[in-house]
Design a protein around this ligand. Structure first.
Ligand code: TYD
Length: 208
């Protein structure tokens, strides 16, 4: 844990390729924590602030240079940390974020091929000491994720990418899970919703 000693709350991020099913489980985790007496702040990236939501709109719908995309992801993150994450943790709240920096490594790094050292430099700049206490990585084979996506909605810029893009994102997520085994827990998202909920509850119990 690398948060400063003034931090009282806990920070949980949710990750996975599009269609992995993380959205279904974020609500469950927030409810579970609330039922266990925690004040929960639910947020997302890119987004989570007024500026961040404007950046999200650009990021999800406009074509742009790869490095512009990475910089805007971290700009959104900087604002999110300043306005939501740091104040929430300082109050002692539990901050639950739909994606954080692992997504930049997976999508801009793995998926788009931006050199990992660029992300590491941005991470050092934007949050040199802050890391989630726990990252839940929802993992499914690509075919399952695609089928879920196609069934549910109109696809945004990232969701319209081809299979090899998502395969590379998934590979990078799993590489990071192996690199940071104490922080990142891989959840097999092909399991039933009930089985995943039971697993999540067991993981959360240990964090309380
Ligand atoms: P997502 O979190 O999947 O939200 P929704 O469920 O509403 O579609 O969408 C955010 C998209 O942004 C997703 O495709 C991944 C992408 N993304 C990055 O490429 N890099 C990042 O650093 C972050 C936070 C997200």
């Amino acid at each position: 844990m690398t948060q400063s000693s003034t931090v009282k709350g806990k920070f949980i991020s949710f990750e996975g390729i599009d269609g992995a099913g993380k959205s279904t489980h974020i609500a469950f985790v927030a409810e579970w924590l609330g039922a266990h007496g925690k004040t929960v702040v639910s947020s997302r990236e890119p987004g989570g602030t007024t500026v961040g939501e404007k950046l999200r709109d650009l990021l999800l719908h406009e074509k742009m240079h790869l490095e512009t995309e990475a910089l805007l992801m971290f700009a959104s993150r900087r604002e999110h940390i300043a306005q939501v994450i740091a104040p929430g943790l300082a109050r002692g709240d539990w901050v639950v974020s739909d994606r954080f920096t692992d997504a930049s490594f997976a999508y801009q790094g793995g998926g788009r091929g931006l050199d990992r050292s660029k992300m590491e430099a941005l991470e050092q700049w934007v949050h040199p000491t802050l890391q989630p206490n726990l990252t839940l990585l929802f993992d499914v084979p690509l075919a399952v994720a695609r089928a879920r996506l196609d069934a549910t909605r109109t696809l945004d810029k990232f969701e319209q990418e081809q299979a090899d893009f998502f395969e590379a994102c998934r590979t990078e997520y799993l590489r990071r899970a192996a690199q940071f085994p104490e922080r990142i827990v891989v959840v097999d998202s092909t399991q039933s919703i009930d089985a995943i909920r039971a697993q999540l509850a067991a993981i959360l119990e240990k964090l309380l």
